[in-house]
Ligand binder design. Structure first.
Ligand SMILES: Nc1ncnc2c1ncn2[C@@H]1O[C@H](COP(=O)(O)OP(=O)(O)OP(=O)(O)O)[C@@H](O)[C@H]1O
Ligand SMILES: O=P(O)(O)OC[C@H]1O[C@H](OP(=O)(O)OP(=O)(O)O)[C@H](O)[C@@H]1O
Ligand SMILES: [Mg+2]
Length: 280
């Protein structure tokens, strides 16, 4: 049975379970449950602190895990990224009171508060810098105000927490994070590739929609240039002479623009439907 680690709490917990549900796996119904067996799919899910997930996968006690890229880097364990799951996006950045430290070159020699000392130490080593890393558990935005540090290095999503604490970011992000599947390259038990394929199906289904429309046959080339699909659009005859029906997958983000362009070209009965899942 495949053994997979899932965040039990925090930002990544709900979306991770939802994505697995969308891929056809059973998930816990009680948020207090720590294990959920999915017999038909031959998978067992273990609900763990996201920070601990890389450890379990790195030691080989669990086959795969869902965690944040920043947490994997921070752990320093020998697990690697298998698939980017495209949720839980955030940057990991330096921040300080305005006008105090204005460039990332100036972080050397300072006191840096963070809950991710592994990420910070890696940056310092790569840039040949030395600094005093103050490891905190959370709410690190308070550390400067309370005199424990000169700057912080923390997860920034909307930036609202920083603004509230009177801090501003400086320099480029240390890294860009999102939720990822982690595993070990030397360890791919049965069922791993099927799980990855299912999750890839969910990713595609989330970023594409199915577009269908009717168009005059003489406009077909122009219309399909706007909707080339992934492989090729499906074209079917219509009862009405001189017209065809077209179906193609279109990126969700651009579908409204494509619909406008199709309408202006003369296409009609333009319909958009969600894709629940797919295998390409
Ligand atoms: N707004 C956010 N705040 C915190 N973490 C976020 C955010 N958006 C994405 N993440 C990601 O979530 C992971 C951190 O999850 P974790 O559960 O440890 O922290 P949390 O969501 O802040 O929960 P808690 O504060 O209860 O520990 C990291 O990979 C981080 O990049
Ligand atoms: O840029 P924002 O959208 O404001 O989000 C980022 C903030 O959210 C998280 O804190 P959380 O509320 O989880 O508290 P914690 O620091 O105790 O983990 C994170 O640690 C940042 O502080
Ligand atoms: Mg937090």
């Amino acid at each position: 049975m495949l053994r997979i680690a899932i965040p039990n709490k925090g930002t990544l917990s709900q979306p991770a379970s939802q994505m697995l549900r969308d891929a056809g796996y059973r998930q816990r119904t009680d948020p207090k449950d720590l294990i959920c067996r999915d017999e038909p799919n031959n998978v067992e899910f273990f609900y763990l602190r996201p920070r601990d997930i890389a450890t379990y996968v790195g030691t080989g006690d669990l086959d795969l895990g869902i965690t944040g890229r920043d947490l994997l880097v921070d752990s320093g364990v020998a697990a690697s990224e298998v698939l980017d799951l495209a949720f839980g996006g955030a940057t990991f950045r330096w921040a300080a009171p305005p006008g105090t430290i204005t460039s990332a070159d100036e972080v050397g020699g300072r006191r840096i508060a963070t809950a991710y000392p592994g990420v910070v130490e890696r940056y310092l080593a790569e840039h040949n810098l030395k600094a005093d890393v103050v490891r905190l558990d959370g709410a690190v935005e308070n550390a400067v105000r309370l005199g424990v540090a000169d700057l912080i290095a923390d997860v920034v999503e909307t930036g609202a927490t920083l603004r509230q604490a009177g801090l501003v970011t400086l320099g480029e992000p240390l890294l860009r994070s999102s939720a990822i599947i982690i595993g070990r390259p030397d360890h791919t038990p049965a069922g791993v590739s099927q799980l990855i394929r299912r999750l890839q199906g969910v990713l595609v289904a989330r970023s594409y929609v199915m577009l269908a429309y009717d168009v005059r046959a003489d406009l077909l080339e122009n219309a399909t240039a706007l909707t080339p699909g992934i492989e090729s659009p499906t074209v079917s005859p219509l009862h009405r002479e001189g017209w065809v029906a077209v179906q193609a997958m279109v990126q969700r983000a651009s579908v409204h623009q494509v619909m406008d362009e199709l309408y202006e070209l003369g296409a009609r009965a333009i319909l958009v439907t969600d894709i629940a899942n797919c295998r390409l």
